[in-house]
Design a protein around this ligand. Sequence first.
Ligand SMILES: NC(=O)C1=CN([C@@H]2O[C@H](COP(=O)(O)OP(=O)(O)OC[C@H]3O[C@@H](n4cnc5c(N)ncnc54)[C@H](O)[C@@H]3O)[C@@H](O)[C@H]2O)[C@@H](O)CC1
Ligand SMILES: [K+]
Length: 507
Amino acid sequence: MRPVLLTWNAARVRAAEEPLLAAGAPLMAHAAFALHVAVARELRARRGRVAGAVVVVLAGAGNNGGDALHAGALLARRGARVLALTTAQRWHDEGAAALLAAGGRLRALVPDAVDDDAAQVLAADVVLDGVLGIGARGGLRGPVARLVEAVAAARPDGDSPLVVAVDVPSGIGVDDGTRAGTVLDADLTVTFGGAKPGLVLPPAAWAAGRVEVVDLGLALAGPADVASLGPDDVAALWPVPERAAHKYARGVVGVVAGTRTYPGAAVLASSGAALAGVGMVRYVGDAGDAVLAARPEVVVGPGRVQAWVLGPGVSPDDAAQRRRVQRAFDGVLHRGEAAVVDAGALDLLPERVGPHVVLTPHAGELARLLAQHGVDVERTAVEAEPLRWAREAHDRTGATVLLKGGTTVVVGAHGAVYAQSDGPTWLATAGAGDVLAGVLGALLAARVDDVHEDPSLAAALAAAAALVHGRAAHRAVPDGPIVALAVAHAVPATVAELLRATGTLAR
Ligand SMILES: NC(=O)C1=CN([C@@H]2O[C@H](COP(=O)(O)OP(=O)(O)OC[C@H]3O[C@@H](n4cnc5c(N)ncnc54)[C@H](O)[C@@H]3O)[C@@H](O)[C@H]2O)[C@@H](O)CC1
Ligand SMILES: [K+]
């Protein structure tokens, strides 16, 4: 099972490299050797052998190009036919010399014949993208940008050549996950010393493919900049009832969602909470009949709760539901009850709350929320820089922010940041967010005391809910269209599988 993936920004990786370089550690040799091993493995899997494979190296001016050239040299020594295309006026001298000595070829990209070079790239078995690494300032420029555009346009999804990004796909925002211009989408990224935030943050992460980390022995201390939870981490976070537990001790979730005319959100949010394994779900609102028809174990009516799920299907003109949401916020502010604040409840959020409140907007809702706080930003800008705007919302409101999207970004207390890409693209469907809100409500209800002791835990729980939600979708319908209630129904088996795999139930 994939454990947590921790990422560190470029400055921290450089700082960690410094003492080793000063002591003469051959980091580039080490990085290039590991890169060549990964490429050789892929080549053998695809075509049986390395010898005779056609490899094109795109080599930029810096050490990223150096890594790629040295790896190209090692592949050439194993019989690959390696051509390096240099993309700048300069290139890494030692790397180039090693490649030539190993029988590889090297020439500059031809600015006027980008299409010919693109054809050469497309005919290769493997392309090593070593144009820019952590030294990038902005995206690809000039002929190489045009070359990558031409290759991207001609390369059908998942088809040849195999693209291996060296350290990062060239030109992504290494620290912030932005995608400033054209990026060559990789099948595999071999990253050195430690993963970088842009390899897990959207939208750049979608260019990285599978990520392999090469250990260079760097002392990357302190908390990671961005983490991506794996199944084992989620199993460790999941509240497993003790033998003596009763329903109140396991947590009660209060759901304020849906209306008599639109009861769907009430059913979905209540189902998400109940099926995630909470002690009890209370439904508060006018859709009680529909909720009970779907989930007879739900209790309808107000009462003591540890966490709220507020807002799914709550429309701005529903005065009664709005009052109920506001009453719930009293408990959040004065009794420390946790809350998931979604959809219609986002408009009612008090000016300042604590991290035990988790907002779950999509990009459009986040833009609206920020507008309420005097920050003018378009939905598309939020989509282009999810981390930046989720952080802004956290700073302005005090809440933990889970920003929904193809990759979910969570920003919480004490600099906690998570990026989760666990769900299929089919999960972008009506009601899926209501289920997620319910699942997260269940986690917060069970662990609210822990959250008050360590407020950054709310972000970890939000990331855990996103992982379980995404995996439940995969489990419900592998590789096909999905509806929200099916995701909810797949949550118990998804959780059981995570716990079983780590032996958590055997305690
Ligand atoms: N420091 C080290 O010893 C190690 C570094 N490693 C590699 O070194 C890389 C970092 O190397 P560098 O610091 O040389 O930086 P890069 O190789 O990422 O690129 C820097 C070069 O590109 C130019 N440049 C920056 N942005 C550009 C743009 N948008 N368009 C065109 N040119 C641009 C810069 O002027 C500079 O010449 C890492 O990503 C990694 O691949 C690895 O070899 C491991 C060890
Ligand atoms: K690169």
